[in-house]
Design a protein around this ligand. Structure first.
Ligand code: PBG
Length: 337
């Protein structure tokens, strides 16, 4: 079979092009592995953890089989295991004892996340501890900032987020990760951290975060479902792509060290554009709904859970993500060993 013209245009005209058998390099495992373009490693993963008050608490999240709300003593044990599996980092979400209008526990130095960070850094010092910086888990209304009337107020909220990030850094967090999508939060956080000599604490910003239905199970886990309204006045419209580049650029200008796209699977095109455009360390959040769908279908015997998990994680990396936040981190790391 002689091609008149190669589809990809490498050859203009070939009189005697050999029969190109692309299957030759797929015939056995050894060849397939030699030419594999994307390789997953436990080093790619960041494992999300939910910390709750109390002792000996290990409560499975109804909509996320295999994911638990953990008290600090249990989180520390979990972190030992995570480190042993070769996963370099965790990201912490806190569920406080009390919620109020302004999310006070979020920026309390004795808040649940601040205490958890101290405990983990003491027992597992080599594990990178990242903290999610947001108010939605701490406010009585479940919004990510201060609410007045039906407006989620931007500028006052970012001051609180900066305060929250500072208390995380003071507790020993290695990196902070603002997930609110308010304007100017990265600058506000960078400024406050620098003023307090945390100029070496990096910021991983949820830079292109979409208003997504895929966060449903997380809101069960973090008890952060908004009591009224939604997050569309700050999170991005799923229909937009150019706007994601403006969001990411803005965060880089304000001082973000790692930029994140979230969710991952429905936004692989965005991950690729962000990576190609900025060449920044790029993270992608394989979110709760993406996890739960695979778990549910796997449990029903409709798909091969492990195989689909590895395919999904590989595709996120192939799209351009250097780091993947995923509830599958431990399962995938075990398979990769
Ligand atoms: C906000 C936050 C959310 C997630 C991470 N940080 C939820 C939201 O924006 O409503 C979602 C993560 C997931 O779905 O796994 N603090």
């Amino acid at each position: 079979m002689i091609n008149e013209k190669s589809q990809v245009g490498f050859y203009s005209k070939t009189e005697a092009e050999p029969f190109r058998r692309l299957r030759r390099l797929r015939m056995n495992d050894a060849f397939r592995s030699m030419v594999r373009e994307t390789e997953l490693s436990p080093k790619d993963f960041i494992y999300p953890l939910f910390v709750v008050p109390g002792k000996n608490v290990r409560r499975e999240v109804r909509s996320m089989p295999g994911v638990f709300q953990l008290s600090i003593d249990e989180i520390v044990k979990e972190c030992v295991e995570v480190k042993t599996l070769g996963i370099p980092a965790v990201i912490l979400f806190g569920i406080p004892e009390h919620k109020d209008e302004v999310g006070s526990e979020a920026y309390d130095e004795a808040g649940i996340v601040q205490l958890a960070v101290r405990a983990i850094k003491k027992e597992v010092p080599n594990l990178i501890v990242i903290t999610d910086v947001c108010l939605c888990e701490y406010t009585s209304h479940g919004h990510c900032g201060i609410v007045r009337g039906d407006e989620i107020i931007n500028d006052e909220s970012i001051e609180l987020l900066a305060k929250e990030a500072l208390t995380h850094a003071q507790a020993g967090a290695d990196m902070v990760a603002p997930s609110d999508m308010f304007d100017g939060r990265v600058r506000a956080i960078r400024t406050v951290l620098d003023e307090h000599n945390f100029h070496n604490t990096p910021i991983m910003s949820y830079a292109a975060k979409y208003a997504s239905g895929f966060y449903g199970p997380f809101r069960d886990a973090a008890e952060s479902t908004p009591k009224f309204g939604d997050r569309r006045s700050h999170q991005m419209d799923p229909a937009n792509s150019d706007e994601a580049l403006r969001e990411v650029e803005q965060d880089i200008v304000e001082g973000a060290d790692i930029v994140m796209v979230k969710p991952a699977l429905p936004y692989l095109d965005i991950i690729r554009r962000v990576k190609d455009t900025f060449q920044m360390p790029t993270a992608a959040y394989n979110v709760s709904g993406e996890y739960s769908m695979i778990k549910a279908a796997g449990r029903n015997g409709w798909i091969d859970e492990q195989r689909v998990m590895m395919e999904v994680l590989t595709s996120i990396k192939r799209a351009g993500a250097d780091l993947i936040l995923t509830y599958f981190a431990k399962d995938a790391a075990r398979l990769l060993r």
